[in-house]
Write a protein that binds this ligand. Structure first.
Ligand code: NAD
Ligand code: LMR
Length: 328
């Protein structure tokens, strides 16, 4: 029996993500939590003739989060405000840091063994916040905490195919680092199957992968950021994890993890100047993250330059997240 929870289930990401989880044969119980509108979203989804039973909670009597989380195996967190044009993801920290802190405190109390997938931005900082909260409750297990960076990978394969032809599903593009602007590092020299990116298109392609989120924010013109592509990408990650938990082997997904706590992570950490959090391809298994692989030694000179810029940004974002909890 697999019980999944979506925290922020009534939002732009939360609703389509909940739909995808509700119709997944890998989910038996789906628990929805938000500060608004969950009864309606829950009633709607509960009419779908899929395997999952759907329950919905509001904070109301102070027990909503407890009820939503108790018994959960996997918790996906897209709660928090999205960007408007002109904002960076870091501008969301002020509000979203506290939201993620409080929701992960609920995880620590009511389902401390659950796998936690953080979508709320700024991911570079909210995942360190989640780790610190779990540590402070003595329940932190790095193999169970994931920053969801799959949208960068989804975008990368789409944008690469637009440059070199073929179908987006043809290409696997390793995207490492973090999830904002220059901290997003596509390793285009390591695309499988190998493709040649014309040199006059390289900078623009890298820039588009790094700043793809801005395209959507601009197009939505003040009404939010990516929701549908994010729900798809978040679901794909959750589905990979659920398949791995079910015993399927060889499933690798790039994700932002606490390197010292994941096998193979120390090697990556050395390669990135000691950063504790970094997105790399991670093999998933029945206990969560079983092995981080280090694609960085193969990075070419151009990509090494991208990595240097990413490391600078990430170190600031990580410290900001850690200090938000440790200085309380
Ligand atoms: P949204 O405003 O449409 O939805 C957010 C939901 O969170 C709302 O329903 C809101 O009521 C709920 N919420 C707020 N505070 C809460 C709390 N304390 N507990 C439970 N729920 C709470 O926003 P969205 O477009 O769904 O985006 C959500 C977040 O995901 C944003 O921070 C956005 O930047 C981020 N995001 C991340 C990625 C990624 O790649 N990781 C991609 C897209 C968006
Ligand atoms: C994205 O990459 O689309 C998200 O992080 C949302 C945003 O703010 O761009």
């Amino acid at each position: 029996m697999v019980k999944a929870a979506v925290l922020g289930a009534s939002g732009g990401i939360g609703q389509p993500l909940s739909l995808l989880l509700a119709i997944s044969p890998l989910v038996d119980q789906l628990s929805l939590y938000d500060v608004v509108n969950t009864p309606g979203v829950g009633a709607d989804l509960s009419h779908i003739n899929s395997k999952a039973t759907v329950t919905a909670y509001l904070p109301e009597d102070g027990k909503g989060l407890e009820k939503a989380l108790t018994g959960c195996d996997i918790v996906v967190i897209p709660a928090g405000i999205p960007r408007k044009p002109g904002m960076t993801r870091d501008d969301l920290f002020k509000i979203n840091a506290g939201i993620v802190r409080d929701l992960v405190t609920g995880v620590a109390k009511f389902c401390p063994k659950a796998f936690v997938l953080v979508i709320s931005n700024p991911v570079n900082s909210t995942v360190p916040i989640a780790a610190e909260v779990l540590k402070s409750h003595n329940v932190f297990d790095a193999t169970r905490l994931f920053g969801v960076t799959s949208l960068d990978v989804v975008r990368a394969s789409t944008f690469v195919s637009e440059v070199v032809g073929g179908s987006p599903t043809d290409y696997k593009v390793p995207v490492v680092g973090g999830h904002s602007g220059e901290t997003i590092v596509p390793l285009l020299s390591q695309i499988t199957p190998s493709v040649e990116i014309p040199s006059d298109k390289l900078d623009a392609l890298v820039n588009r992968i790094q700043f793809g989120g801005d395209e959507v924010v601009k197009a939505k013109d003040g009404t939010g950021s990516a929701t549908l592509s994010m729900a798809y990408a978040g679901f794909k990650f959750a589905e990979s994890l659920l398949r791995a938990l079910g015993g399927e082997t060889g499933i690798v997904e790039p994700t932002y993890v606490y390197l010292p706590g994941v096998k193979g992570g120390e090697e990556v950490q050395k390669a990135v100047g000691g950063l504790e959090f970094f997105a790399v391809p991670v093999e998933l298994g029945p206990t969560g993250a079983v092995q981080a692989t280090n694609p960085l030694p193969q990075a070419n000179e151009y990509e090494q330059g991208l990595l240097e810029a990413a490391k600078k940004g990430l170190s600031v974002n990580i410290v900001k997240g850690v200090e938000f909890i440790s200085k309380l």
